[in-house]
Design a binder for this molecule. Structure first.
Ligand SMILES: O=P(O)(O)OC[C@H]1O[C@H](O[C@H]2O[C@H](CO)[C@@H](O)[C@H](O)[C@H]2O)[C@H](O)[C@@H](O)[C@@H]1O
Length: 279
């Protein structure tokens, strides 16, 4: 199974709120979607995007010189359906899909034969559990468990056994969800790849996420001396800052926008506008 290694597994249930940037600071924003920008809904297709969010993302995109990306387990086309921002950089399917700021697409795919077999096995597995809802993302599959914790345990054990015989795939666990996704990529690797690209390169990476899949990205951002922000109270986490929920995340992002775009004091030279590195 794909398991990130939190680098600070000490008690970190209570983490400080993230800082705000100085005016004109060179931040790059990497934002998880479900549970970070969007509240959860029982049906993955029924999530609601806050009416003010698209305009806020546009303003942040401009304030960061285009260094803003949504980073999700959803497919890129699902992100574009929800947010209508196909011109912005994005990472989908937990890192298997990547779109750069110039629109270049990179896919980490599995051979069609293996994908067909994965689909077949996942359908059969879901059919064994009354409380499991299958979300078919073509190159990946999410098994959402709506049943008891006992059923979750059984599903988890069965999924581990199934994935062992599926070439090219690995298991990604999340909040009451198990996903079969292409192996070899995760959000951390994809974020590291994006950070090598213009206009992300050389900026301070700031990543907000709520789930286990985001731990990969927290590790990558911590290695780059960026800011890792856990949304909610999942514990343990490698994140160094925390916000309680999507509402608070959106409110903080609005303050980030205001801070980045306010006029810098005349005596501050551009090179002095960065916030100090966090340890
Ligand atoms: O990386 P993320 O953007 O957090 O995406 C992870 C998965 O999110 C979605 O599932 C979760 O949200 C659903 C809608 O609220 C909810 O019904 C489900 O229980 C959650 O697991 C999405 O459906 C998955 O495809 C993503 O991988």
């Amino acid at each position: 199974m794909s398991t990130p290694g939190p680098s600070n597994t000490a008690a970190n249930a209570s983490l400080p709120a993230p800082p705000l940037p100085a005016a004109g600071a060179g931040w790059a924003l990497l934002l998880d979607v479900d549970g970070t920008l969007l509240d959860f809904a029982d049906d993955p297709h029924a999530v609601r995007v806050d009416a003010a969010l698209p305009a806020l993302l546009d303003a942040l995109h401009e304030a960061t010189g285009g260094a803003l990306a949504l980073v999700s387990g959803r497919r890129l086309d699902d992100l574009d359906r929800l947010f209508r921002r196909p011109h912005q950089a994005a990472i989908g399917l937990h890192g298997s899909e990547l779109r750069t700021a110039t629109g270049e697409l990179r896919h980490h795919a599995v051979a069609p034969l293996h994908q067909t077999r994965m689909q077949h096995e996942a359908q059969a597995l879901a059919g064994r559990f009354a409380g499991v809802q299958l979300e078919n993302k073509q190159q990946a599959v999410a098994l959402h468990c709506r049943g008891s914790s006992g059923e979750w345990q059984q599903l988890h054990e069965a999924a581990i056994a199934v994935i062992a015989h599926l070439p090219g795939y690995e298991l990604q666990a999340g909040r009451r969800v198990l996903e079969f996704k292409p192996g070899g990529m995760d959000k951390g690797r994809a974020v590291a790849e994006l950070l090598q690209q213009e206009p992300f390169t050389g900026r301070l990476p700031v990543y907000a996420g709520d789930d286990l899949t985001d731990e990969h990205a927290f590790d990558a951002v911590n290695r780059a001396h960026g800011l890792s922000i856990r949304v909610g109270n999942r514990h343990p986490s490698a994140a160094r800052f925390s916000l309680p929920d999507p509402l608070a995340t959106i409110a903080w992002l609005a303050r980030v926008r205001d801070a980045l775009t306010q006029a810098a004091p005349a005596h501050v030279r551009p090179s002095e506008r960065e916030i100090p590195h966090q340890s």
